[in-house]
Ligand binder design. Structure first.
Ligand SMILES: Cc1ncc(COP(=O)(O)O)c(C=O)c1O
Length: 492
């Protein structure tokens, strides 16, 4: 229980010795903060509650034109502070109409970006505590809760013990899978010789890997040609024989394979790269293996999906995003390493102003050395709230709802004589196309989206236009996917 006495601060005019008149900093008083806080939470409760239904009032997408939101707001900041009610009223009046409603149960675009009440509250508490967790000593609780909650998460999703914090390995929260993969690339690059060897190094990933891998490789200082793109099989998973051929050819030319990035649950179709076979190729040449399971990784909270983790006990690093499909609002990517030292060797720079006794004694974790930025948010708080609030069983129920709903939807697609699955069903991801070809699929997607009942996005697989339905929203149930199946039957 926090019992500090809070003295309200009242705005008042101060007369300065230089003759200018200035107002005191107009902080909210404790009572104003309490009342505004209740209003903000009430607003969010109503907003979120609007999505816990079969037909929400709010639309899936905004009908505003580019520039409308900007033009609706004052072009200069207010000189004097405004009442909180006015700010919140503008959120409702001017911001909400410009939202794409990712939390709408009919949202199937991209991959889910689940938010949930405990996660929102965890975010609020984390902001209120105002921590800066760059070093253990700048916030012991921020650091140690993160270590604990990532150990919990590792256990919950069935990761091998080598990723737990009680050995050479451990987990760290990054803002995104893009950053997790960047860290893996930096550690692998430096373990293989770093800047001096850079021109000889080669990285491998499949043609279905997420675009963040290519971006990360460039950010890490490699030239584009150093990223070798491995072809995929008929199911869009990396062809391990093709990987072996590329690696052999590179080694024969004197290049050094330093990293293979495998994807477990590719973005376009949810394909699963064969991690074990990839390790068979990477192991003998000493290449780091990183697994990007940004979306699919959440599913292994269910024991029946642990086959996704085949080979994971042989990889160097692994990441998945609770901010996609595990009820934890953006941003929170969980990045695990079997040995954290190479990453620390890559990223640790200790200026005088960050030196402190705890770090120097070597007894603590300083997560600033496990990421690119220095500063860090208290993100563990929201994941802790989510895990405690739902429990592992609740998280399993969440995933199972969507996997079952996606299976029903896929069956309806297969039963429709005008449609076909464009890739094998993967967990909650259904990829489909119209048998009349790309134009018909594109028209179907446009009609679904303009119906206002569902929002889906597209990709290309084997050069054909494909509609993606990513089932995984916090409030999405089989009622919604049945409605989408009916819609597809009407519109196809
Ligand atoms: C397989 C995969 N990797 C990486 C990413 C990028 O995730 P983030 O936005 O967390 O960087 C995505 C996004 O959908 C993805 O599907």
């Amino acid at each position: 229980m926090i019992t500090a006495t809070i003295v309200p601060t009242m705005p008042k005019e101060n007369s300065q010795s230089n003759g200018t008149s200035e107002i005191a900093v107009p902080h909210m008083s404790a009572e104003e903060f309490r009342s505004a806080g209740h209003d903000a939470v009430d607003f969010l409760v109503n907003f979120i509650d609007g999505f816990r239904t079969d037909s929400p009032d709010l639309p899936l997408t905004s009908d505003l034109a580019p520039g409308d939101v900007y033009a609706s707001l004052p072009s200069s900041p207010p000189m004097k502070g405004e009442p909180f009610e006015a700010i919140l009223a503008d959120v409702e009046r001017l911001i909400v109409p410009g939202l794409t409603n990712w939390q709408h149960p009919g949202f199937y675009g991209f991959f889910p970006a689940d938010s949930s009440p405990p996660s929102v509250l965890g975010e609020l508490v984390s902001a209120g505590l105002g921590q800066q967790g760059m070093l253990w000593s700048t916030s012991p609780a921020c650091t140690e809760l993160e270590t604990l909650v990532l150990d919990w998460l590792a256990e919950a999703v069935g990761l091998p013990d080598r990723f737990r914090s009680d050995g050479p390995g451990g987990g760290v929260i990054q803002d995104s899978a893009s950053s997790s993969s960047l860290c893996a690339i930096l550690a692998a690059r430096d373990r293989a010789g770093g800047a001096e060897s850079l021109p000889t190094l080669r990285i491998y990933t499949s043609e279905q890997a997420h675009s963040s891998i290519e971006k990360d490789v460039l950010v890490a200082g490699f030239a584009r040609h150093q990223l070798r793109v491995v072809k995929t099989d008929d199911d869009f998973a990396m062809d391990a024989n093709a990987l072996a051929s590329l690696v052999d050819a590179d080694v024969a030319e004197g290049h050094v394979p330093c990293l293979v990035v495998a994807t477990v649950g590719t973005t376009s179709s949810g394909a699963i790269d064969p991690v074990s076979s990839i390790c068979d190729v990477a192991g003998p040449v000493g290449a780091w293996v990183h697994v990007d399971s940004a979306w699919a990784g959440a599913a292994t909270v269910c024991p029946e999906h642990r086959d996704l983790l085949d080979g994971i006990d042989r990889v160097d690093s692994y990441c998945f995003n609770p901010h996609k499909w595990l009820l934890t609002n953006f941003d929170l990517s969980a990045f695990y390493l079997a040995d954290v030292q190479p990453l620390i060797d890559s990223l640790s720079i200790v200026p005088e102003y960050l030196r402190n006794t705890a770090s120097e004694a070597g007894a603590v974790v300083d997560y600033r050395d496990w990421q690119v930025p220095l500063g860090r948010r208290f993100r563990a708080m929201k994941l802790w709230f989510v895990m405690r609030s739902y429990g592992v069983e609740g998280l399993r129920a969440h995933i199972r709802t969507h996997v079952a709903a996606a299976a029903d939807l896929a069956a309806r697609v297969e039963a429709n004589p005008k449609l076909e699955l464009a890739a094998p069903l993967s967990l909650g991801l259904v990829c489909l196309r119209h048998l009349d070809g790309d134009d018909a699929t594109e028209a179907l997607l446009a009609s679904v989206n303009s119906s206002g009942r569902a929002f889906c996005t597209h990709t290309r697989l084997a050069e054909r236009f494909v509609m993606r339905v990513a089932v995984g929203g916090t409030w999405t149930t089989s009622n919604h996917t049945t409605d989408l199946a009916d819609l597809l039957d009407d519109l196809a």
